[in-house]
Design a protein around this ligand. Structure first.
Ligand code: UT7
Length: 324
């Protein structure tokens, strides 16, 4: 049997870093009241990065992609598939994947975006796995890249303190030994309204609100239940149990959601890769950012079993089990 396996990881954060204190001060100047204590206690977030004007998701994705290729010992010429998971594309079209492909100099292979918000990276990796396994691609670049700072309402303290910008990438290649073991994806469109950016472009104008809206409590409640069921489904499909998981690499939205999932899966928090404190919620970029942080710190090692899981607007959710 043919498998797909991650052969390199990379990530990139734009240089402008705002601690909670920095953001609290900026918001106070606009009359928006929040505090470091509230943000840390309710979310675990201590800092986030914001991209400069004129920088796009493809630029962040490009830096992450270069590092992933270097780690895999591959060059742009080897890449025959690029999938970018993003909800903050450079343009309405063409896809951020096509723009990134050209910036990377990997022209000619397939390139497209996946839009599943914070579950986007798990969706994109599942699609890439299927294409590599069937021989449709040999060397895939799967990227999560976001600039959420552009769609935040900085007058809404319930959302603007939560998100940040960044990118993560993996190289996925055909392999004779197991890499990706199983995945489990879902969506339920009846929850569109609880997490959305409802605006759209029409006749040269933006119609509707182009900024992020979230019913945080509704998202929180759905997330904790759905993540557990997707995680269990991947274990069942791969004939494994929770005890086989070396690392949980979850979407980094809120430390309390991660703690709850870990508890349900009987995993101690020292088996969970946590970067939300330093990055905030970077949507589709959060899982590959966390994965790369874990790999580069030396904690997450080749041969270990990893459970990736994400949940977000749509409502979408999913999990993916792999051997690194
Ligand atoms: O990435 C996609 C997935 N997204 C998520 O997973 C996010 C899921 N939701 C959450 O993480 C949490 O619901 C939040 C962090 C968004 C909110 O935490 P919470 O514990 O659910 O707080 P809450 O919405 O119940 O608000 C509690 C209080 C409210 O005040 P009152 O009504 O109790 O007086 C809010 O007005 O906290 C207030 N509040 C704030 N206070 C200071 C809300 N935002 C802030 C703020 N600073 N930034």
């Amino acid at each position: 049997m043919k498998y797909s396996r991650i052969t390199g990881t990379g990530s990139y954060l734009p240089p402008r870093r705002l601690t909670n204190a920095d953001l609290v001060a900026e918001l106070a100047a606009k009359g928006v009241e929040t505090s470091d204590e509230w943000i840390v206690e309710r979310t675990g977030i201590r800092a986030r990065h914001f991209a400069a004007d004129g920088v796009f998701s493809s630029d962040l994705g490009l830096e992450a992609a270069k590092k992933a290729l270097e780690a895999a010992g591959r060059t742009a010429k080897d890449v025959d598939l690029i999938i970018v998971a993003t909800s903050t594309p450079d343009m309405v079209f063409p896809s951020t994947a096509c723009i990134l492909q050209n910036k990377l100099g990997a022209n000619g292979g397939a390139a497209f975006d996946v839009q599943a918000v914070c579950s986007g990276f798990v969706y994109a990796l599942t699609v890439a796995d299927a294409m590599v396994k069937t021989g449709a691609a040999k060397c895939a670049l799967v990227v999560g890249a976001e600039i959420f700072s552009r769609i935040l309402d900085f007058n809404d303290r319930t959302t603007c303190v939560l998100f940040g910008d960044g990118a993560g990438a993996v190289v996925l290649e055909a392999s004779d030994t197991p890499g990706i073991l199983s995945s489990d994806l879902h969506a339920d469109g009846k929850h569109v309204g609880i997490l959305c950016v409802p605006g759209h472009v029409s006749g040269g104008a933006i119609l509707g609100d182009p900024l992020l809206k979230m019913d945080g409590q509704a998202v929180f409640k759905l997330a904790v239940g759905l993540l557990e069921s997707a995680a269990r489904a991947t274990l069942t499909k791969a004939n494994l149990t929770e005890a086989d998981i070396d690392w949980l690499v979850p979407h980094q939205a809120n430390i309390r959601i991660m703690q709850s999932t870990a508890r349900k899966l009987k995993l101690s928090m020292d088996k969970v890769v946590v970067t939300v404190d330093q990055h905030g919620n970077t949507s589709a970029a959060s899982i590959p950012l966390a994965l790369d942080a874990g790999v580069r710190s030396g904690q997450v090692k080749p041969g270990q079993t990893l459970l990736l899981e994400g949940v977000g607007g749509g409502f979408t959710w999913g999990a993916l089990l792999l051997i690194l």
